[in-house]
Design a protein around this ligand. Structure first.
Ligand code: NAD
Length: 333
């Protein structure tokens, strides 16, 4: 039987979907999460350890106690916007934590690490779609921490797959898994919120050099990201080399196209207010996903089409809204 997998950040949005996929594939899982942004509702599979992924003594003990053979490292601070105001905190959370984790895991005999990197490592692309050998020129402290963590992993002595997600989106509402960030910074849940509550969605910049003036992103379903982690893990476990892989669809959608999809899914209009551009936002990010298909045998499925993503996200949004209302809160998840 394959060795157990340690999942840092497994109570979070993407990590929980990966834990589900690992469990469905018959892997034993240990989730290590400090619950700083994660939710207990996502802890449905495996063994849970509450604690800091950057605590080397804890990581070493957990790896030895459970005979961990591989690590999926999701734990991080994740807001581009917040990182601009707190670059040092982001460096500690995303780079120092990764450095401590990789050393402790290596010393405990871990043979493979799959890391949640980001398209934010590229900055404003020189051309689209973006291949993995595009220069790393992050424009936000968040993106810089991901690029630096990739370097730490490349020198960490454990084969590591750095998966550069484009925009994680969608939900797995059949398992109660969806975005539960607070505050929510991601476009689709914010647009769903605006549609459901009749509030205004702020859009950062309407004068970008794109077809409709709004930013373009490559949205990939969280369940597809989860299967990519299993593919990367299998690649490393059969002796494949570490490296970096884009996870995206190769198709971009503008903010206005996302708003249109949210209006179709909810049957309600979204009121939009265009506000000034945000620092650190590249105009367009679209993956060249061919390396992941070639090396890992992974490609995004039909679940990653925009309407399918938004439909799942809306079902997830309603689930959380109902839970929140039942607990005496307002309509917002
Ligand atoms: N969501 C996206 O669109 C996206 C895009 C690119 C990359 N990523 C990366 O994917 C990963 C997961 O993102 P997410 O959206 O699921 O975020 P999330 O906030 O939902 O999940 C992060 C999880 O890590 C936990 N955590 C944070 N710091 C920790 C620490 N020091 N020790 C233990 N647990 C800790 C949190 O409690 C949470 O459960 C992150 O590394 C993020 O940078 C996300």
């Amino acid at each position: 039987m394959s060795a157990p997998v340690l999942v840092t950040g497994g109570a979070g949005y993407v990590g929980a979907s990966a834990v589900r996929a690992l469990a469905a594939a018959g892997r034993r899982v240990v989730v290590l999460d400090d619950l700083s942004t994660g939710t207990r509702a996502h802890l449905r599979w495996g063994t849970f350890v509450e604690g800091d992924a950057g605590d080397p003594a804890l990581v070493g003990r957990v790896c030895r106690e459970h005979g961990v053979g591989a690590v999926l490292h999701f734990a991080a601070k994740t807001s581009v916007e917040a990182s601009v105001g707190d670059p040092d905190g982001y460096f500690r959370a995303n780079v120092v934590t990764t450095s401590h984790l990789v050393r402790a895991a290596r010393d405990a005999g871990v043979r493979a690490i799959v890391f949640s990197s980001s398209a934010a490592v590229y900055g404003t692309p020189r051309a689209l779609p973006i291949p993995e050998d595009h220069p790393l020129e992050p424009e936000s402290p968040y993106g810089a921490t991901k690029a630096e963590a990739e370097r730490v992993l490349a020198e960490g002595g454990v084969p590591a797959a750095c998966l550069r997600y484009f925009n994680a989106a969608g939900a797995e509402p059949d398992a109660g898994l969806c975005e539960r960030h607070d505050p929510e910074t991601h476009l689709i849940p914010r647009a769903l919120d605006a549609a459901a509550r009749g509030s205004t969605l702020r859009v950062f910049g309407g004068d970008w050099p794109t077809a409709d003036g709004t930013c373009v992103r490559d949205y990939v379903h969280v369940a597809d990201l989860a299967t990519a982690h299993l593919a990367a893990l299998a690649h490393l476990e059969r002796g494949g080399r570490g490296g970096a892989w884009n996870l995206g669809t190769g198709r971009g959608a503008s903010v206005r196209e996302v708003v249109g999809a949210v209006e179709r899914a909810t049957g309600r209009p979204v009121r939009v207010e265009v506000v000034p551009r945000r620092r650190g936002d590249p105009v367009a990010l679209v993956a060249d996903p061919r390396r992941a298909e070639r090396d890992l045998g992974w490609r995004a499925t039909a679940r990653s089409t925009l309407d399918a993503i938004v439909a799942d996200a809306f079902t997830g949004w309603r689930t959380v809204a109902a839970e929140t209302a039942a607990a005496g809160g307002g309509p917002r998840p």
